[in-house]
Design a binder for this molecule. Structure first.
Ligand code: 5GP
Length: 126
């Protein structure tokens, strides 16, 4: 078993600089950039630079330094985008994983969505 990482996925290409992105924040272990098809006024994707498929993969196998950097970067993006509940109206954080999570890009990403009130958290399967 084990988590199989495909280094041809689109976010791996973004990390290699093969595909441009609209960067919001870059740190030692993390990159945050705008989603190409935004679903809300704020729609930022936050990815680790390491080769992790999903949140569970990252949480199980990333180093403490990567986990701290990634988690703090999410807080910083929320602050920078004006969606932190520290003085703002909040956001939704989503991380899809695998087939049942309907994950399209197999490199860990969280979506930070804000700037409007979100709908119901889980829709019927389409
Ligand atoms: P998932 O369904 O895997 O959780 O979400 C993948 C997200 O990546 C989608 O919201 C999609 O719009 C976004 N996306 C796909 N390709 C690109 C790309 O080349 N650049 C950017 N910035 N976002 C992308």
């Amino acid at each position: 078993m084990g988590y199989a990482y495909d280094d041809q996925n689109i976010f791996a290409k973004i990390l290699r600089g093969d595909i441009p992105n609209s960067t919001v924040l870059e740190t030692e272990h993390t990159l945050a950039f705008r989603d190409i098809e935004p679903q809300a006024p704020t729609h930022v994707l936050v990815i680790p630079k390491g080769a992790y498929v999903s949140y569970d993969h990252f949480a199980a196998e990333a180093s403490d330094a990567e986990i701290i950097d990634y988690t703090r970067a999410i807080a910083e993006v929320c602050r920078m985008e004006g969606v932190s509940i520290d003085g703002n109206d909040g956001f939704r954080l989503i991380s899809n994983a695998g087939a049942h999570g309907v994950q399209d890009v197999p490199h860990l990403h969280v979506h930070i969505l804000g700037g409007r009130r979100m709908g119901r958290m889980v829709q019927p399967a389409g």
